[in-house]
Design a protein around this ligand. Structure first.
Ligand code: C2E
Ligand code: CA
Ligand code: CA
Length: 715
């Protein structure tokens, strides 16, 4: 009793006889109870509810049977109906010691029955007994609930198997042992029928082990169940069981097996996913870098025999970043997948193996890089590797047709060409271990790239030096931006009718300290691949705006200045804001600025482009679609873009009068452009014939060497 947390059990004593009540209070208080009294049924129920609400509920009720108003039986029944009254001990005390009263007390739910006159000391002990039983009962309830919670959280169910009856029972959520519902397995045979065929023998062995052994033994089995339609395996279950020797005569055969079954589907799925992510590329299902390296190490280990050779290919798609930049990553991903499919079919991997070539493996290293490992011991490895490289290049020589969703749900195919550069390193000549083979294949790859793409090259020792060349070029380009080696040239655009100057196109040049003037056709692709295009584009935009502002302030008649946008620049977030900032900083009037976007950049992701173009338009600039005719324009989108000008690609102009098809296309483009309300600019006009033709078709503006080459601003 010294325990400060101890609370005296709280008794509700109910009796209409106040003398008895007072006696009960005194006697029970002496015995260590706390007593609250009620003189009739109504006040008893009120007190009971109030105590529950104040969260000091009664622990036991002492209830007189004979009372005016509600009698003890009625009060007992009502308490039992209350949420807190279902399991509280209720002891009924009757003036009559008869069997009927005791029976009735039992039927209305009393815990115990006693008759007057009351021996208070004995009654106090009866209360203690009742309290101990109810505490045990409460604890049992709580444990049952905890167990049920734990089972549902872990997807665990208890089961029993009756060996003699050959019946399987499962613990239901309410705690009783039932055979499974109708139509569900009740025998091991029925259970096995619903099991994935590959797992059936394991489950049978599990059942056999447990039902035939006589020593205490436990066992477990993991198996997949088929769904109800008997089709695909839907869940993975883990059953654990042991022979139950309790309640059994010593030496006799066991009668039942007990165990648990757990649904581990999610656990297994997660494990598989982790496994996959750790070893495979998600997009293509090929190995990833780490797992390829592991495979290579294993293959090298197996290939220690001196005559075994092994080739490591490193592939890098040419200009693939441009496909991503022009059409968006989702199209890029589709191209990658079709390419992998085509190459695996094309290389007919199984057939090569039949010819005596050993283990092979393919992997995807990041975006557009692939690895391939081939072993061969029959043929000269270089010859064999060249043949495979040729097969790869040939496989890529035809276009990929990638379906794209157009507006209004119609489908269209994008025609995309992809080529690849390949670097090859041979074991053991070019490296003894995985790391050096990978490194040297990579060096050979860079060499293949810088010597013109769509090529394969074998590693040689001299390459280690030239592998740096490409890096140097990138470093130089970076410096070119910092050291002001870039310059803008401007090519005049004139009215076809009067040759009056109406605009210029800004075209970037690189004044290389040793190589002289480098063409953008040479360095723009590299700038795009390395990401340098972004700082470079910033510089171009700034410089062009500064120059425009200077021209506006001069005596010259005002004209437009067109600036080329790269796909990466256009797609970068906050592009509009950065343009706006440059306009503000340079103070240029945006009315004199035109922005050129190629057809493929615009059409790559038309839905997003519409919004960006509108936001640019709000700044006041003119927008043109560049290199028109070379890409894949959707007429329905063209109408939606807020464009001002359409530039017919030079390749069509070049053919005017020479190639009937292209001449007809030019004519059609002009007509279509006009019907969309666009101004037409013809690019690359070099001859009088071309000019005459364009004039006749009412093409408004001419740009080309016929009038002028791109010139420095001063000229
Ligand atoms: P583009 O936008 O189609 O530019 C027109 C190209 O055609 C220019 O080549 C120009 O010099 C050339 N050209 C103009 N008239 C004639 C002609 O009558 N005959 C022939 N044979 N060629 C003519 P350039 O300056 O070498 O630029 C090549 C490409 O580089 C451009 O094609 C454009 O895509 C890109 N580029 C140039 N400057 C920039 C720039 O500042 N930013 C970006 N993002 N790209 C640029
Ligand atoms: Ca252009
Ligand atoms: Ca162009």
């Amino acid at each position: 009793m010294s325990d400060s947390t101890f609370k005296a059990p709280l008794v509700l004593a109910v009796d209409d006889d106040v003398v008895t009540l007072q006696l009960a209070k005194d006697m029970l208080t002496d015995e260590g109870f706390e007593v609250i009294t009620a003189v009739d049924g109504d006040s008893a129920l009120r007190l009971f509810n109030q105590a529950s609400a104040e969260s000091r509920p009664f622990d036991v009720v002492l209830l007189d049977v004979e009372m005016p108003g509600l009698d003890g039986y009625q009060v007992c029944e009502r308490i039992r109906d209350l949420p807190n009254g279902r399991i509280i001990p209720i002891i009924m005390i009757s003036g009559r010691e008869d069997l009927e009263a005791a029976k009735r007390a039992y039927t209305v739910g009393a815990t115990d029955f006693s008759s007057k006159p009351t021996n208070w000391l004995v009654l106090a002990q009866r209360l203690n007994y009742a309290l101990r039983a109810s505490a045990a009962f409460n604890e049992l309830k709580r444990n049952q609930q905890r167990l049920a919670d734990a089972q549902s959280a872990t997807k665990l169910r208890y089961w029993e198997y009756d060996i003699e009856a050959r019946r399987l029972y499962f613990l239901t959520p309410t705690g009783s042992l039932d055979a499974l519902q109708k139509g569900q397995p009740q025998t091991i045979e029925a259970l096995i029928e619903l099991t994935h065929p590959a797992d059936r023998s394991a489950l049978e062995a599990f059942a056999r082990t447990l039902t035939t052994r006589v020593s205490p033994i436990s066992s477990s089995v993991e198996y997949r169940v088929l769904d109800n339609k008997g089709g695909e395996p839907s869940r993975v279950l883990l059953a654990q069981g042991r022979v139950d020797f309790s309640n059994q005569v010593y030496g006799s055969a066991p009668k039942k097996i007990i165990g648990v079954i757990q649904d581990i589907t999610d656990i297994r799925h997660n494990e598989e996913r982790i496994q996959r992510l750790a070893h495979y590329d998600e997009l293509t299902g090929l190995h990833n870098r780490d797992s390829f390296k592991e495979k290579l190490e294993v293959a090298l280990e197996l290939n220690k025999a001196p005559q075994s050779k092994l080739a490591v290919f490193h592939l890098d798609l040419d200009n693939f970043k441009r496909i991503n930049a022009s059409f968006g990553h989702h199209i890029g991903d589709k191209v990658i997948c079709s390419l992998v499919e085509r190459l695996s079919n094309r290389l007919r991997l199984s057939e090569l193996t039949e010819q005596g070539f050993g283990p092979r493996s393919t992997a995807r290293f990041g975006g557009d890089e692939f690895m391939l490992m081939l072993t061969c011991d029959k043929e000269d490895p270089k010859l064999y590797a060249s043949r495979v490289a040729e097969q790869i290049k040939e496989g890529l020589s035809t276009a990929f047709y990638i379906p794209v969703d157009e507006m209004a749900g119609s489908k269209k195919n994008l025609e995309i060409f992809v080529s690849t550069s390949i670097g090859i390193a041979i074991y053991p000549d070019d490296g003894q271990d995985a790391l050096s083979l990978l490194k040297n294949a990579d060096t050979a790859l860079h060499n293949a790239k810088s010597s013109g793409k769509n090529q394969h090259q074998f590693y040689n020792n001299a390459m280690s030096a030239t592998g740096k060349a490409r890096l140097d070029f990138e470093t130089e380009l970076r410096q070119a931006i910092e050291q002001n080696q870039l310059e803008l040239y401007y090519q005049p655009q004139v009215l076809a009718s009067s040759a009056e100057l109406v605009g210029v196109e800004a075209l970037v040049r690189w004044n290389h300290p040793e190589r002289g003037l480098v063409s953008p056709a040479e360095f723009i692709p590299l700038a795009e691949e390395s990401g340098l295009i972004l700082p470079m584009s910033d510089w171009i935009m700034n410089e062009a705006c500064r120059q425009t502002k200077a021209w506006c302030n001069s005596d010259l008649k005002p004209f437009m200045v067109s600036i080329n946008l790269s796909g990466m620049q256009f797609r970068q977030s906050g592009f509009r804001q950065s343009v706006q900032k440059i306009f503000q900083q340079t103070g240029v009037n945006p009315d004199f600025i035109g922005l050129e976007l190629t057809e493929s950049v615009i059409m790559g992701d038309p839905e997003n482009t519409i919004a960006t173009l509108h936001s640019l338009k709000e700044l006041g600039v003119k927008l043109s679609i560049d290199d028109f005719g070379t890409g894949y324009s959707s007429l329905s989108y063209l109408q939606k873009f807020p464009l001002d000008t359409l530039k017919i690609d030079r390749s069509f102009i070049m053919d005017i009068g020479e190639d009937n098809d292209n001449t007809a296309i030019t004519e059609a483009i002009i007509a279509m452009g006009h019907s969309l309300g666009l101004q037409i600019i013809a690019e690359g006009v070099e001859t009088q014939t071309q000019l005459d033709f364009l004039r006749e078709r009412s093409c408004e503006v001419i740009q080309g060497f016929f009038f002028s080459k791109p010139l420095p601003a001063s000229e």
